[in-house]
Design a protein around this ligand. Structure first.
Ligand SMILES: [Zn+2]
Ligand SMILES: [Zn+2]
Length: 364
């Protein structure tokens, strides 16, 4: 690309954005101020005598493994035990990365009451993975109950990335009140959620579909018996439809764009959309942080389709004939991409070429 206007950073600034209506559809937590740089103070205190007691006998590698297995709350407590404990924790890359790059996620986990659910290693693995856990796209969000990175599309359509009321979990997964005690409960942070920014119900507690389904399977013994238990409890057709959806597996084929799969019929409304997920940056192996880039061109394409100004051949090039155009174009508009994937995408994006006509001169 010799034309300066086609330099990657210029293209990114002209064609990408971070849509507030999507980011604000989820948990929003103001990141706490960055912790003060303690290295100087620490250096001044390195001669301080401190001990971890019997743990001092463990080799540092074993200590690292053990610390990685702790959840964030436990590791913070460990750090407060002694100066040496603190130094050990501060030297753990996984802990440092999470505190520096995703403090809002740690804060959110604490506020929803799930701080003890995931280990530092699990959270760090999710931070260092850019891809959505359930499809091939970039995932710009973290689903807190399962510590899975996910994209908007999967969050919207994949039942395992949903939360529901405990009483609903009883109905749909054949669980009793006693069983519910074994499920981690998410305490909804007051606020507005979803595209329409509906307020969350007051004092709302939710459980994850994935955890409820797993427990239901264990209790009932097989998927068939789980389905039968659900059918006995669902007294209406509409409840049965929701139950079958929640117990079903999402139709995702390996390596294929889930947006371009044939439409899957009516997906039950998610009344708790966004209440268990949060924007989540990704950290590449080279140490580069990304937040996801959304395409302004895809926004233009959708607008032109809505106002009947999208050329037929362009529509046919983007949307397979067995898919519903509105769903596909809306999905593309809401899709976040990694920097590299974004730069590849805009070479072929109809709307991006409308905004930056010079793109038409770029070859693959
Ligand atoms: Zn996905
Ligand atoms: Zn685009």
């Amino acid at each position: 690309m010799s034309n300066p206007s086609l330099e990657p950073e210029i293209l990114i600034s002209r064609l990408s954005h971070r849509p507030r209506h999507l980011l604000r559809a989820m948990i929003t937590v103001t990141a706490p101020p960055k912790p003060p740089d303690s290295t100087l103070a620490d250096r001044l205190r390195t001669d301080r005598v401190s001990s971890l007691g019997i743990l001092d006998r463990l080799p540092p590698e074993i200590m690292s493994i053990l610390l990685g297995m702790l959840d964030i709350q436990s590791i913070v407590r460990f750090a407060s035990v002694s100066f040496r404990g603190n130094m050990f924790v501060q030297s753990q890359r996984a802990y440092r990365d999470l505190v520096v790059f995703a403090p809002q996620v740690l804060l959110a986990l604490g506020r929803v009451g799930l701080i003890g659910l995931h280990s530092v290693v699990e959270l760090h693995t999710a931070l260092r993975t850019g891809r959505c856990a359930t499809c091939t796209e970039y995932g710009a969000f973290l689903f807190l109950p399962t510590c899975e990175r996910c994209c908007w599309e999967c969050l919207r359509y994949n039942p395992s990335l949903r939360v529901l009321l405990p009483k609903e979990a009883k109905t749909y997964f054949g669980l009793s009140e006693r069983h519910l005690q074994r499920l981690p409960t998410l305490c909804v942070i007051p606020g507005n959620y979803g595209i329409s920014a509906d307020p969350a119900p007051e004092h709302c507690r939710l459980v994850s579909v994935k955890a409820a389904r797993g427990l239901g399977l264990m209790v009932q013994g097989s998927t068939e018996k789980l389905a039968q238990a659900m059918a006995r409890r669902c007294k209406s057709t509409s409840l049965l439809v929701v139950g079958r959806y929640l117990q079903g597996e999402p139709a995702v084929s390996q390596g294929q764009d889930s947006l371009l799969l044939p439409s899957q019929g009516n997906i039950p409304t998610d009344n708790f959309f966004g209440m268990a997920s949060i924007p989540f940056p990704s950290l590449s192996k080279s140490g580069r942080i990304e937040d996801g880039l959304w395409c302004r061109g895809c926004e233009v394409t959708l607008r032109r389709y809505d106002s009947l100004r999208l050329p037929r051949d362009m529509l046919a090039a983007v949307v397979p004939s067995n898919c519903e155009p509105q769903r596909v174009l809306l999905g593309l508009e809401r899709r976040a991409r990694s920097k590299q994937s974004f730069l590849d995408h805009i070479k072929h994006c109809y709307g991006a070429r409308q905004l930056v006509p010079e793109l038409a001169t770029v070859n693959d």
